[in-house]
Write a protein that binds this ligand. Structure first.
Ligand code: MG
Length: 309
């Protein structure tokens, strides 16, 4: 019988729940059995027991201000007791125990209480953390992602071109450049952002930029194209896609783009919620030929790589 991936996820989810429950139960039972046969007694009760010869042996845990005493009764042999005394009372207690020939073991507690608590709680913290991690992976649909099976990788391509006319703003990669021409377009005409948006949507199988932001909609007239990228990122998140890498070429005769790449990568990275390191930009001229070479148009090509969690 071949299990569907949803069945496998469900099965492992319940295995993790049962595992967590059993471990917590064992932990609780262990603590209970360790302390179930131990009585907390007062200082005067302790002195009386020692005087009566009812104490078999005592272990003293010393710390800077107080001592904890854990001891065993002569009868019943399976019960023990504990109490905490001030440091000042220790000489009298030791003298009495020596007088009654009760064996005493002294242990110094060198670490602070918080360290002891942390050490005691560490297995539980690790266990809970592991189970939460496992459950999160399974709920995210990446049951086996952490255990060897590679995440699904998708690639998308995007292309855009805009005519350039005098007296318009030139915005590329979310950065306004000082130039005497700018793109003709319904939005701000950012070719790099548009091609990138198409590459991302294409990789995720979500259509293209025209599907989501039709140029017939007056809402997008003059719009900042980084908003398109922010929206595309939300759509990717809904389908559990993560952006792994973006590689882009912007083709224009003028102006020089290289000096502005750092700002562009930062602006695009911010819009997409990824590190600029994941965005690689290149610039080309068209060697003076065709519309781009004549300075009449600007274009961009982008390839985006996504992984699906
Ligand atoms: Mg466009």
């Amino acid at each position: 019988m071949r299990w569907q991936s949803s069945q496998r996820r469900s099965f492992l989810f319940w295995v993790a729940i049962v595992f967590l429950g059993v471990m917590l139960w064992r932990l609780a039972s262990g603590n209970k059995s360790a302390t179930a046969n131990r009585d907390e007694i007062t200082y005067s009760q302790f002195l009386a027991k020692v005087e009566a010869g009812d104490v078999k042996r005592v272990t003293i845990y010393t710390s800077p201000n107080s001592y904890e005493l854990i001891g065993e009764y002569v009868r019943p042999a399976d019960r023990s007791f504990y109490l905490t005394i001030f440091k000042e009372a220790a000489p009298e207690v030791l003298r009495l125990l020596q007088q009654k020939e009760v064996p005493v073991t002294t242990k110094e507690v060198r670490t602070g209480d918080w360290v002891l608590i942390l050490l005691n709680a560490a297995p539980l913290i690790l266990l809970v953390g592991f189970c939460l991690f496992l459950m999160r992976r399974m709920q995210a649909g990446g049951t086996f992602g952490a255990f060897g099976k590679p995440a699904a990788v998708k690639t998308g391509i995007g292309y855009d071109l805009h005519r350039l006319e005098s007296g318009r703003k030139l915005i590329v990669g979310g950065v306004e450049l000082d130039f005497d021409k700018g793109p003709v377009g319904h939005s701000d005409g950012d070719v790099l952002a548009h091609a990138l948006c198409d590459a991302l949507l294409g990789a995720a199988g979500l259509g293209d930029i025209g599907t989501h932001f039709p140029d017939s909609d007056p809402k997008w007239k003059g719009a900042n194209s980084l908003l398109f990228l922010e929206h595309a990122k939300k759509l990717l998140n809904e389908k559990k896609f993560a952006i792994e890498h973006v590689d882009a070429v912007v083709i224009t005769e003028k102006p020089k783009l290289g000096p502005h790449f750092a700002k562009m990568r930062e602006a695009l990275g911010r819009a997409l919620g990824v590190s600029p390191d994941k965005i690689h930009l290149k610039a080309k001229t068209n060697e003076g030929v065709d519309a781009i070479g004549h300075g009449e148009a600007i274009a961009a090509q982008v390839i985006a790589t996504l992984s699906q969690r």
